[in-house]
Design a protein around this ligand. Structure first.
Ligand SMILES: O=C1O[C@H]([C@@H](O)CO)C(O)=C1O
Length: 544
């Protein structure tokens, strides 16, 4: 089946957390419309860019784009940006069931509100390995009052301005900022911030007592790692990034930007009241208040506040339960896709913060990434050698001497736009090695997202990855496959994937500001197998 969508993307004033600002909407909405499809459907999105002075591109997060690498929506990698006034048509197949996302992949537009859900169901009559009565989706996000332009200008100036902690957390596009914090003699606060605005009334998830809900929870935060809980209710994790999980029960679900989960929740508590659903920031010492939604037991009034105070979140700096959850995620026993037992190539990526010519950057193996002007897919296919640096970036770092536990003695790095060329169909291991940032005693959590593939998550470890001994501890039996995975503070994460999807694919930290500051790489494989590129992606390239 073909599913057609007509979208208009534009700036509009909205008050998702009661504070009025310009946001990017799709057909007037943020989050945008949910794409509902069945496995093997073709999705056609005709997108009109009405941003007036701004380009755009949309990435279909978790969709592998097999045979259509040019519709991955990654500006600078797979396409030229869509110009203001232009209409661009994305057309691709959703070949696997599961929970996916879409969002802007140009500059820092994602955090202006340009995002939404993709839900791909099984063909009629095909059962899932778990039972539920109803299916619901929510996206968690963090929210800033400053514009993405202001933030990106601050990040890329010599006088570095960090984006800081978010102003609020949103659950399915709704949050609550304490407007009284804006009190100022020169500002008419009520004009910009109004807590009685229905736009920022809490999101309500209504449940029927006794029923079981499949709740699809995703995160598209710009910065924050989150925990998510429903007061008094356990959640059974059953899906992650489109793959069935061997079920396990949590009270707090830790979720990183770019991840999607399905959890089963049974409405089996005292039905005469409502409950809080809450999301809290972890991994950063944040002052941002929790995001709250109402878990509403029918027929209680959906706006009736729960009688309790909202639950507090887990300790922000306790990485142990987060690592434990990561390790607990295994492939469902009846849906294991066994990984290749060996790999052809190992690439170790040391995650560090660096200075490059005085600018604050994030780097892999001390190389900070810059997007080229000519997208790689076009440059590779048309052999435009001048388009990017032909020297590949390093496969590792100075394992012997680099101290991951302290600020580096030499924080200087370089920038580059070289790529990793992978042999078609080869098996590649990626070791993400975390380290201390440029702040004392600080190592952040970075969610890494791979385009065009799912990878097996072979293992996590603390400290420095030992290339001789740690691979022996890999889970080669039932590892989960995902497209986004965290690397925990001072730890490492090991992934394996098959380079079997012809195209050029970004692999990057999903923190908006970190990718903007260079925290990503690009892989390319099987370019000779890529079909003829559609001319619609080539607007920024002049060829003779
Ligand atoms: O990129 C970042 O910059 C700040 C800090 O390191 C400097 O202000 C921070 O927390 C980041 O994640």
């Amino acid at each position: 089946r073909v599913r057609r969508y007509k979208w208009e993307v534009k700036y509009e004033y909205r008050s998702p957390d009661c504070f009025k600002k310009l946001v990017i909407t799709i057909n007037g909405r943020t989050p945008g419309p949910t794409i509902l499809a069945q496995q093997n459907d073709t999705i056609i999105v005709e997108l009109k860019n009405s941003l007036v002075t701004e380009n755009v591109a949309i990435h279909w997060h978790g969709i592998r784009q097999i045979g259509t690498p040019w519709f991955d929506g990654t500006e600078g990698v797979t396409q030229c940006p869509i110009l203001p006034g232009e209409t661009f048509t994305y057309k691709f197949v959703v070949d696997r069931p599961g929970t996916y996302l879409y969002h802007a992949h140009y500059g820092m537009q994602r955090e202006a509100g340009l995002y939404g859900s993709i839900r791909v169901s099984l063909p009629d009559g095909k059962p899932e390995p778990f039972a539920y009565d109803y299916d619901r989706s929510i996206i968690l996000n963090d929210w800033y009052h400053r514009s993405a332009h202001e933030q990106s200008a601050g990040l890329s100036s010599l006088d570095f301005q960090w984006v800081g902690e978010p102003d609020s957390l949103l659950i399915q596009g709704k949050g609550r900022f304490n407007c009284s914090r804006l009190a100022s003699p020169t500002l008419d606060v009520a004009k910009v911030c109004n807590t009685t605005n229905p736009e920022c009334s809490p999101y309500v998830l209504t449940v029927i007592p006794g029923k079981t809900y499949r709740l699809r929870v995703s995160s598209l935060t710009a910065l924050s790692a989150l925990s998510f809980q429903i007061e008094g209710h356990n959640m059974t994790v059953v899906e992650a990034d489109g793959h069935y999980v061997e079920p396990f029960v949590v009270q707090n679900l830790f979720i990183y930007s770019g991840e999607t989960y399905s959890v089963l929740v049974k409405a089996d508590r005292n039905p005469t009241r409502n409950y809080w659903a809450a999301t809290h920031i972890v991994s950063r010492n944040s002052t941002t208040p929790p995001g709250l939604a109402i878990f509403n037991y029918y027929p209680n009034h959906p706006r009736k506040s729960p009688p309790t105070t909202a639950p507090s979140g887990p300790l922000w700096n306790d990485a142990r339960p987060r690592l434990n959850q990561s390790v607990a995620i295994k492939s469902h026993r009846d849906h294991v896709i066994p990984p290749p037992q060996t790999s052809d190539r190992v690439i170790v990526l040391l995650n560090t913060q660096n200075r490059v010519n005085g600018f604050m950057r994030w780097s892999l193996n001390n190389v900070s990434y810059n997007l080229p002007h000519i997208p790689y897919l076009i440059a590779l296919k048309h052999n435009l050698l001048h388009a990017f640096d032909q020297t590949p970036p390093p496969d590792g770092y100075d394992f012997k001497n680099y101290d991951i536990f302290n600020v580096s003695e030499n924080t200087n790095g370089t920038t580059g736009n070289g790529i990793y060329k992978l042999d078609f169909n080869s098996t590649v291991d990626i070791i993400l090695q975390n380290a201390n940032s440029m702040s004392n005693k600080t190592s952040e959590t970075h969610p890494w997202h791979l385009h065009g593939h799912d990878f097996w998550v072979l293992g996590y470890g603390e400290g420095k990855f030992d290339i001789y001994n740690d691979p022996r501890k890999y889970n080669l039996v039932d590892p989960i496959m995902k497209n986004t995975v965290p690397v925990h503070p001072y730890g490492w994460t090991a992934l394996r994937f098959r380079a079997d999807n012809p195209g050029a694919w970004a692999f990057h930290c999903h923190i908006e500001s970190h990718f903007y500051m260079g925290m990503g790489v690009v892989f390319a494989e099987g370019i000779d197998r890529v079909g003829k590129l559609p001319s619609s992606i080539m607007g920024c390239v002049h060829r003779n």
